[in-house]
Design a protein around this ligand. Structure first.
Ligand code: HSE
Length: 340
């Protein structure tokens, strides 16, 4: 499988590490081999090599902050921009891991459209194109017999969309409710242990949980984007941000958290969605509510179904390798269904 990547931040590097470290296991157990042939970034530069880039060299160069230090080779190209790479790389899959923009989804949305036009499958960790452009991308993919996969966009590699769309395909899901943002759950957990908000946010950024612009996390927009993705994927409903009630955790003080604790309660940022709409809001949960015990960057979601009742998934909601793994799981799904 020949892969091109747009973006090479923590999550993209996580996928590259996994492809390097698990290469033998993936070949022998899954019959899967992958080469990253091109990477385009906003700040590090661009690289393309038709035979595949050296992952160690790529990761070392990324760590130095610039691809300038990637070893020279007479077939290596550094001049291809995203559109040229998509058209000329003869790749099989575009992995879109550039920073999420939930207002316009651009330029990623245009790159995704161009990729489908040029016969590439799509795998995304970037939530923007899925939250805002789901319908048109899905239709374009189906028309060209290509796949658009986006497991990484909700609860990292915890197989949330896989369960909702594939494993529960014969059930009707009436609603989903849970903790869908790792950064805010981490911050709330740390604040309960006495850490000031700003320090907890700094830690969440250092651990790679937060978005490039963390205001999207703390103001609830990241969880809202995930609600839109779930609404599209589960209910086929074209909700927009304007249909959602969204409130983050920025108004919750250490005193609020202490007051909740004194009453055997805990604040959680709860996201809910059904066919009719959705919301994101901080809620005080009694300690015996199963969601109250989900701490740190862990996420949880409960699907209400007709045949199976409530099904709850609890697992990583953010993180470099956890989200990198989600991308791998999508690449493997494409591999299984198209023999790439
Ligand atoms: N910023 C997101 C979070 C990353 O904290 O949950 C995973 O989508």
């Amino acid at each position: 499988m020949k892969i091109i990547m747009i973006g090479f931040g923590l999550v993209g590097q996580g996928l590259a590490q996994i492809l390097r470290d698990k290469a033998d296991e993936l070949r022998s157990r899954q019959g899967f081999t992958a080469r990253i042939v091109g990477v385009v970034t906003a700040s590090k530069g661009n690289l393309y090599h038709a035979d595949g880039l050296d992952i160690d060299g790529l990761l070392r160069a990324a760590e130095s902050g610039s691809f300038a230090s990637y070893p020279e080779d007479n077939q290596l190209r550094r001049d291809l921009e995203a559109r040229q790479l998509i058209k000329r790389a003869e790749a099989d899959v575009l992995v879109e891991v550039s920073p999420t923009d939930l207002q316009t989804a651009q330029p990623a949305l245009d790159y995704c459209r161009l990729a489908l036009k040029n016969g590439l499958h799509l795998v995304l960790a970037n939530k923007g194109p899925v939250a805002l452009g789901y319908r048109s991308l899905n239709a374009a993919a189906a028309e060209s017999n290509l796949q658009m996969r986006y497991e990484a966009t909700v609860m990292a590699g915890t197989p949330t969309l896989h369960v909702a769309e594939d494993a529960l395909a014969g059930c009707a899901i009436s609603a989903a409710r849970g903790i869908l943002n790792g950064t805010t759950n981490y911050i709330l957990t740390q604040m309960e242990d006495g850490l000031p908000y700003a320090d907890a946010l700094n830690q969440a950024q250092a651990l790679g949980y937060a978005e490039t612009d963390p205001s999207g996390d703390v103001e609830g927009w990241d969880a809202a984007g995930k609600i839109l993705i779930l609404a599209n994927a589960i209910f086929g409903s074209a909700l927009t941000m304007n249909d959602l009630q969204v409130e983050g955790i920025t108004k919750i003080s250490q005193d609020d958290i202490a007051a909740a604790k004194a009453n055997d309660q805990r604040y959680k940022l709860i996201a809910e969605v059904s066919a009719d709409g959705g919301s994101v809001a901080p809620r005080r949960l009694p300690l015996n509510d199963p969601l109250a015990s989900v701490g740190g960057a862990t996420n949880a979601i409960t699907f209400d179904t007709d045949l199976m009742g409530a099904i709850t998934l609890i697992g990583a909601g953010a993180g470099q390798l956890e989200t990198g793994y989600a991308l791998l799981s999508d690449l493997l799904a494409i591999h299984r269904s198209s023999a790439l």
